[in-house]
Design a protein around this ligand. Structure first.
Ligand SMILES: Cc1ncc(COP(=O)(O)O)c(C=O)c1O
Length: 412
């Protein structure tokens, strides 16, 4: 299971995998090419590891975390789209969703820690605006993998674990700055031996973990959807959806056409939307005017990455070019209305502000008639059920290990 070769997308060469994140000779992404050309869903394996055929791991860890795909008749009617499918990754027991930290970042964290442990182990360094850090914190508390979490100071209260109270394997560093400043601090920490970057979009475990949303959607629908909706900050979820679609097309049982990617960002911070709509394969400073003020004005802070893998070989631009589709800007108030609509239709479940951005973009696409009625649509609800998890499980806040200024390296 999970047998693969690692290929450099720029040069085409096969690379040895020692938790390899990049080709030593070329820029751009590396990608896993799995031996299994057809997907067998391993019902006997826990959570997301049911998709182990297409995950870069040999083993698994016990978990119930996985994406779950379902339909809601009320929302289908409301949007005039009878074939709307929702893939939900969060905490929502009535729908069989038991992701304790509430977001699809756990789909990335699970295969990443297994991949690192299988490559010999070490301390994982994770930069996050909140959700990714919480996902890795939970894995660290559950499985003992040491992690250093680096987050903007304003995100510290988003760092907690559910049902686990021993945080001795977790060091939380807060940075007086934004998400991008946290990324820079994390990069510096990784210069020391024994500290490994989680790798963001470069890590095949993270991408292929997120790709399980598309796998779950396609397996549940019985074919690839025509449209895939997601809110993006790094865009890794969009890239992952594209790569999963490549494998599903190769499988031969799910259709031969790529789903169009419909990716959204939260106004006023929308660098990828601006670059894409201008036809550019790279982001320029003008795509993020008043970056700091814009970042603090969005409701979905996890979408505020200033250095997403947009123009890199195998990145967001290539994914959009290959699949076609659209990019959307969404205002806070429209995201809030979308979240209310979802809660009304789904037992009061609170969705992540980022998931609300994606849902709002779908509502506007349906209203404007820019998507075909009756088409299979996959809406990636990337997080939700936070209130519910806090009701059902005891949660424990993670204490701050050290707070540093932008550019400063903590003593670890
Ligand atoms: C809930 C949620 N949705 C969407 C995103 C955007 O994901 P990406 O751009 O990495 O695909 C994030 C990123 O942290 C997130 O936490």
């Amino acid at each position: 299971m999970g047998d693969y070769v690692l290929r450099c997308l720029t040069g085409g060469e096969v690379l040895e995998d020692h938790y390899t994140l990049a080709c030593p000779h070329h820029p751009g992404f590396v990608r896993a090419e799995y031996t299994a050309k057809q997907l067998t869903v391993r019902e006997n394996l826990p959570g997301v590891f049911r998709f182990s055929d297409w995950l870069p791991v040999r083993g698994s860890v016990p978990t119930r975390s996985r994406p779950v795909t379902f339909q809601n008749r009320e929302l289908c009617r409301e949007l005039g789209q009878p074939n709307l499918w929702i893939t939900f990754t969060g905490y929502y027991p009535e729908r069989g969703c038991y992701v304790p930290t509430g977001s699809f970042k756990e789909l990335e964290a699970l295969p990443t820690i297994v991949r690192l442990n299988e490559a010999g182990g070490g301390t994982l360094v994770v930069a996050s605006a909140g959700n990714t850090g919480r996902a890795f914190a939970q894995m660290s508390a559950e499985f003992g993998t040491p992690v250093v979490l680096v987050v903007p100071e304003s995100s510290a209260d988003k760092l907690w674990t559910a049902g686990y109270f021993d945080h001795s394997s977790i060091r939380l560093v807060t940075v007086r700055g934004d998400y991008t400043d946290a990324i820079k601090t994390a990069d510096k920490i990784c210069e020391a031996p024994g500290f490994f970057p989680e790798g963001g979009g470069k890590n095949i475990a993270r991408r292929d973990g997120m790709g399980c949303v598309m796998l779950d959607g396609a397996v549940t629908i019985g074919k690839l959807p025509e449209y895939y909706f997601q809110a993006v900050g790094s865009g890794t979820g969009g890239i992952a959806a594209w790569e999963a679609a490549i494998r599903l097309i190769g499988d031969g049982r799910f259709g031969s056409k790529f789903p169009e990617l419909h990716l959204s960002q939260n106004l006023p911070f929308v660098p990828m939307v601006r670059a894409w709509n201008a036809g550019r394969d790279h982001i320029i400073d003008e795509d993020m005017p008043d970056a700091q003020a814009s970042i603090s004005a969005v409701s979905a802070h996890v979408l505020t990455n200033r250095t997403p893998p947009y123009g890199i070989c195998g990145g967001v631009y290539d994914a959009m070019k290959s699949c076609g589709g659209q990019m959307y800007t969404v205002e806070n108030k429209d995201a809030a209305s979308a979240a209310s609509l979802f809660a009304e239709a789904e037992n009061g479940i609170d969705i992540d502000p980022a998931a609300a951005v994606a849902f709002a973009s779908l509502i506007s696409a349906a209203e404007e008639g820019s998507i075909r009625t009756n088409a299979d649509i996959l809406l990636n609800i990337t997080g939700g059920g936070y209130q519910r998890v806090k009701k059902d499980c005891e949660t424990a806040k993670i204490g701050v290990y050290e707070t540093v200024d932008t550019g400063e390296v903590p003593v670890l």
